[in-house]
Design a binder for this molecule. Structure first.
Ligand SMILES: [Zn+2]
Length: 323
């Protein structure tokens, strides 16, 4: 009996009791079931060079120690989505003023040592701490020492610091140790699913999916797709080509993107495009050149379906009218 009591003291994170005192909510003022935000990357639970998220899948990257709540495009970021406190506490540090340039070879030097970008740290009870990274320049609205409640706005989702896409990176720490809120007691293995959570209401797991879909008159630049500006809504019946693109996240090797371009009278084009390797984000497009006659006037529907092992895991559609 004594031995067991000592063991329990030595392993403070063992047992599901951990989560009972401290619970968190998503750090973003947006419905995570989509389409305006999603989780791009979870914490990497594989201590070696492999990558494993809490579902024993691959939505993470080597050494990632937080959870990334992302916006599909920069346009969503410009429109403004609030970063909110995950739990009540006191602001212990913050930074603002870094530009939302994202991470590239050109910006690598300027974000070195400031990878979090514009960020906020909140101290909670019992040694818990949450940190929010990559906030939008000039958006941090709280002050050091301020007490906040769950849901208090801290700033806006941005792309400052080491961020490849607009998102808020949430770190959770207990006595300085980084904790996966989806596996706080750290007992998860691929054979035994997580039996504890820090979430008051755990966000549903989306194992990859569609971020955006749109029509264009030529294959868009990837930069414009990520910016959210590639989609054309005003297309003429004498446009030289009709293109449909789908923007995806979390795709794996052998996933299929089925793109269908439906005209007012017939299906103009449908194609299955296979992903050859895993990709955190990417896009695929189909298109048809106009021959002689104008495109028929009327409603056009574009549909994208992401297919994994024969099952559709996400779909998105969009419509335009050619006049
Ligand atoms: Zn992150």
């Amino acid at each position: 009996m004594i031995k067991r009591a000592i063991l329990a003291l030595l392993i403070p994170f063992a047992g599901p009791a951990l989560a009972e005192g401290f619970l968190i909510h998503p750090p973003i003022d947006c419905d995570l079931t989509g389409p305006d935000c999603y989780i791009q990357q979870y914490m990497d639970l594989d201590p070696t060079t492999g990558v494993t998220d809490y579902q024993c899948q691959s939505l993470s990257y080597e050494g990632h120690k937080g959870t990334d709540f992302a916006l599909p495009t920069r346009k969503h970021m410009t429109e403004g989505v609030a970063v909110i406190a995950s739990a009540p506490g006191t602001i212990t540090s913050l930074r603002d003023g870094m530009p939302d340039t994202g991470f590239s070879d050109e910006t690598a030097a300027s974000v070195k040592g400031r990878e979090c970008g514009n960020g906020v740290v909140i101290r909670h009870a019992d040694g818990w701490e949450t940190q929010y990274c990559h906030l939008r320049q000039g958006s941090v609205t709280i002050t050091k020492g301020q007490h906040v409640q769950t849901g208090t706005p801290l700033g806006l989702v941005g792309q400052s610091g080491r961020a490849a896409f607009p998102h808020v990176h949430l770190s959770v720490r207990k006595d300085g140790v980084k904790i996966d809120p989806f596996d706080p007691d750290g007992t998860l293995t691929c054979a035994t699913p997580a039996d504890s959570t820090l979430w008051a209401d755990p966000p549903a797991y989306r194992p990859g999916g569609l971020l955006d879909i749109g029509f264009a008159t030529a294959i868009p630049d990837y930069a414009d797709i990520k910016a959210g500006t590639a989609s054309q809504t005003n297309i003429s019946t004498i446009a030289p080509a009709l293109v449909l693109y789908g923007f995806t996240f979390g795709t794996r090797a052998n996933d299929i993107l089925r793109l269908t371009l439906q005209g007012p009278e017939t299906t103009i084009l449908t194609q299955d495009l296979t992903f050859e390797r895993p990709q955190a984000q990417s896009f695929r497009a189909i298109g048809k050149k106009r021959r002689h006659a104008p495109w028929p006037k009327g409603a056009y529907t574009g549909t994208a379906a992401l297919i994994r092992s024969g099952a559709v895991i996400d779909t998105r559609s969009t419509q335009i009218t050619l006049r």
